[in-house]
Design a protein around this ligand. Structure first.
Ligand SMILES: *Cc1c(COP(=O)(O)O)cnc(C)c1O
Length: 839
């Protein structure tokens, strides 16, 4: 029997009343109760006596959905009447998470639904937990898309998100004996109450075939694409509800379908499998999300996915434009298209094709329209993540687009030649065709050239873009590259994830905080207030107790909620350096055993994250975390001063449970490699202190929270670049750090793998001889920074002061601010302004 002392926590803690949540509206409780019952009977087909929590979740969601539809239709009418410019956000990923809580919160109906369900003997929180995560994304890039569309709706910007309705989102991670296994995720298997199928919104998508030249009646030459294959894209709309339900935008996701679902001739002649092959091939396109993060997926099906959703989205928005305004030439005045990374960048060639081949606009004018319409967000500088496609594949799948890309490139290179005669190096560098790696199309160059704005996602990342990947293009087109530091939506990552903290902050800052993230700055006045610290620590403890319960239920490991919760959760990647953290964990374990009487404070190291299925080093890192946990957690000489846990299947819902319980946030990527990070923002907002490198948005977080309230260590981006020039052998670093040498010897010698020396030979070899991610070089500096964390934790006054100053200074990292910047500098659309001045 496990002792259940962790359970005692929440009952003994008086949580502040959640005064920010709009109270239940008495006159609405009864109608909502009746609607839920009607949905349960008429739409779900169950009666209350036999309905499962999932059935109730369905019924409640359908009842909530009814509430959205009216404002949705109203929003649409207003946009049409006002002839407003629309923003189209194209992204191959939307990592939405659960939606019921989001919708109810933004509609201000959480407490009303809670009361209505309570009357029916049901618990709203239990229902919420029955919803599967919509995991149509891998990590930060997809989660950013989700935060940004929520902020667009909140700021009343008429916008569409466009993406793919994957049947299977990101795989479910199961760990067996420390080894990651991937299982298909089936979020749609019980139906999705948040989508509206639009069977009338269907477009033909073409692939392959050939291009013929022809002449129009007027004698102009035109290209005619005769495709070999056609499939259909069917629209599904998910409503995106803005804060207070004042505005609703659609997220339009495309599903692939065969034109002829069944070849009856084949079926009738007995070939039952062959009769379905076309359907299988067509529907493969929206079957599954590619599970790669920070690497290019690189396979034919991926290119088919990209063109599929781009073509459907452009047909949809062009049709809307022409229906409303009659003339394609005014497109840039009425539409801005944002490309989230290069995945949708084929849109540049597709719009050119629509303009030139279908609408008969002259080439130069078409190119002006295209550039004025598109803008592109770059997300990474890692060479392995820069998307390129082999020309033979491209040509076979999209022959007309290949011609258009060659033409764009020819015009572009001609202009460069005139401006910089004889500079062959420059020509090769800025060409859309990479001639060095077997002739490939550079999708980043295509997106850059086809856009009027290209943005990085943090100040450092944008500067590095100008120096590295887009150095030459930036010099040719100065002013095109701009910065738009990422943000997070406070509705999900503060209000919903951490109601206890939100209630305290509302007391401290006023309820305007709910509408204006900038108002959070007022909390700084309480940074030195002991009573406020006391209440914050009670909220944190309650969150930690809740997480401790999750850890016990899922892993059967008991952790002390009074320990320092040291949290490293994100995709597993060498550049994110979970390995550095694990090696430091081993060093700390050794130190505790060597000096058992030192005044150590208990620490729990919490890891979570998925590795790309094909990324073997990342999977080995997961295994090492488990091997180290098994040794450390079961060593009686550690006396629970150190625990290591790896929570499986990291997703948005797990993040919402983990982040509010964190004391320390690990943001320790190799400097220059994390474009921005948004996890870092979620933690700091919730009051965790950051231990991190000067990378991505960590730099801006430091500027906002102040040097004294963040633990910075390690090489800087320019020093990392210098190390890369010098060579990656780390033997010098290791020789200079006896502690690291000992840790690596232990891992390589099988100390954590039952004597198996093979298991980690490759991983240790990388650190020693090809240390691209500078694990060895940063080790000592990281270890020291962790001991500074120990020092700070010993002094609660200091710790909580820093915690308050983190939360109070995170207002700028609201995705509302990010969207206002895009609206002003990139899209040129009005957005609801800041309503409140901080302080
Ligand atoms: C925020 C978030 C991310 C991004 O985290 P980083 O630390 O910025 O890499 C990834 N996955 C999920 C589920 C998230 O919520």
């Amino acid at each position: 029997m496990l002792k259940r002392d962790a359970d005692r926590g929440p009952q003994s803690i008086a949580l502040p009343k959640a005064l920010f949540a709009r109270p239940a509206k008495e006159d609405e409780i009864a109608p909502i109760r009746e609607t839920i019952l009607a949905k349960l009977a008429l739409s779900v087909g169950k009666n209350p006596a036999t309905a499962s929590p999932r059935d109730w979740y369905m019924a409640a969601s359908l009842a909530a959905r009814d509430r959205i539809v009216h404002s949705w239709i109203e929003a649409n009418r207003a946009i049409r009447k006002g002839n407003s410019k629309r923003v189209y956000y194209l992204s191959l990923e939307f990592l939405l998470g659960r939606l019921l809580g989001d919708v109810l919160h933004n509609l201000g109906l959480t407490e009303t639904f809670r009361a209505a369900l309570g009357d029916l003997g049901m618990d709203l929180d239990e229902l919420k937990a029955a919803e599967p995560d919509a995991a149509l994304g891998n990590g930060g890039l997809g989660r950013l898309a989700a935060c940004l569309v929520e902020s667009m709706a909140t700021l009343g910007i008429p916008a569409y998100g466009y993406g793919i309705r994957y049947d299977h989102g990101l795989f479910r991670q199961v760990i067996k004996g420390g080894v990651q296994q991937e299982y298909p995720e089936t979020w749609l298997s019980f139906g999705n109450p948040w989508e509206f199928e639009r069977p009338e919104v269907i477009y033909d998508i073409h692939f392959g075939g050939s291009v013929q030249a022809a002449s129009t009646a007027g004698g102009a030459r035109v290209a005619i694409w005769q495709p070999a294959e056609t499939i259909e894209a069917v629209a599904y709309d998910v409503p995106v509800v803005g804060w207070r339900g004042e505005h609703v935008n659609p997220l339009r996701l495309w599903s692939a379908r065969a034109v002829d679902p069944l070849r009856l001739d084949a079926f009738n002649s007995g070939d039952h499998v062959g009769a379905l092959t076309e359907q299988v091939r067509a529907e493969a396109i929206s079957k599954v999300l590619y599970p790669s993060d920070a690497t290019a997926a690189g396979q034919e099906l991926r290119l088919r996915q990209e063109y599929f959703f781009v073509s459907a989205s452009l047909q949809d928005l062009v049709r809307r434009h022409i229906r409303t305004y009659g003339d394609i030439r005014s497109l840039p005045d009425k539409a801005s298209i944002q490309l989230n990374d290069t995945h949708p960048s084929i849109a540049v060639a597709e719009l050119m094709r629509i303009l030139v081949d279908l609408e008969h606009v002259g080439w130069d004018q078409a190119w002006d329209i295209t550039r004025a319409t598109f803008s592109y967000t770059n997300h990474t500088l890692l060479p392995e993540a820069l998307e390129t496609w082999p020309i033979p594949l491209f040509e076979r799948l999209l022959p007309r687009h290949m011609q258009i890309i060659y033409l764009i490139n020819a015009h572009h290179l001609e202009a460069v030649r005139q401006a910089h005669p004889g500079d062959e190096r420059l020509l090769a560098s800025v060409s859309m065709i990479d001639e060095n790696h077997g002739r490939r199309v550079r999708m980043g160059h295509l997106a850059f050239l086809g856009s009027h704005r290209v943005n990085g996602v943090s100040a450092l990342h944008t500067e590095l873009m100008k120096e590295t990947v887009f150095g030459d293009l930036h010099r040719l087109f100065p002013g095109r590259v701009v910065n738009k530091t990422n943000g997070i939506t406070f509705r999900r990552w503060l209000h919903q994830a951490n109601p206890g903290l939100t209630a305290l902050l509302c007391e401290a800052c006023g309820e305007e905080l709910m509408d204006e993230p900038a108002a959070i700055a007022r909390a700084a006045a309480l940074a030195g207030d002991n009573a406020f610290h006391e209440r914050l620590s009670e909220v944190r403890l309650a969150n930690k107790v809740a997480l401790a319960r999750v850890i016990r239920e899922r892993l059967d490991i008991r952790v002390n909620p009074h320990a320092l919760f040291d949290v490293h959760v994100k995709r597993i990647h060498e550049y994110k350096r979970q390995l550095l953290n694990i090696l430091e964990t081993i060093a700390l374990y050794d130190a505790i055993r060597a000096q058992p009487t030192r005044n150590w404070f208990p620490r729990v190291k919490i890891f979570a994250g998925k590795a790309a299925a094909s990324y073997s080093e990342a999977k080995t890192i997961i295994r090492l975390a488990h091997d180290v946990a098994a040794i450390v957690n079961n060593d009686p000489s550690v006396r629970d001063l150190l625990k290591v846990v790896f929570l499986p299947n990291y997703n948005v819902s797990l993040a919402e449970a983990i982040i509010p319980a964190a004391d320390l946030s690990e943001q320790i990527s190799t400097a220059g490699m994390e474009a921005s990070g948004t996890g870092n923002m979620k933690f700091a907002l919730n009051g965790a202190l950051t231990i991190g490198t000067l990378d991505g948005a960590n730099i801006e977080i430091r500027e906002h929270v102040g040097d004294d309230n963040i633990f910075i260590f390690g090489l800087r981006a320019n020093e990392v670049a210098e190390r890369h020039r010098r060579g990656l052998d780390a033997m010098g670093d290791i020789a200079a750090s006896p502690m690291l040498a000992e840790v690596l010897d232990a891992v390589a010698g099988g100390a954590f793998s039952g004597g198996d020396r093979d298991r980690y030979a490759h991983l240790v070899g990388i650190v020693k001889h090809h240390d691209r991610f500078l694990v060895a070089a940063d080790f000592d500096s990281y270890y020291l920074a962790q001991r500074m964390v120990d020092e700070a934790w010993r002094n609660p006054r200091r710790w909580w002061r820093s915690s308050v100053l983190n939360t109070a200074n995170m207002g700028w990292f609201s995705s509302d601010r990010t969207i206002r910047e895009y609206a002003e500098d990139v899209w040129h659309v009005p957005a609801r302004g800041s309503r409140v001045q901080p302080n």
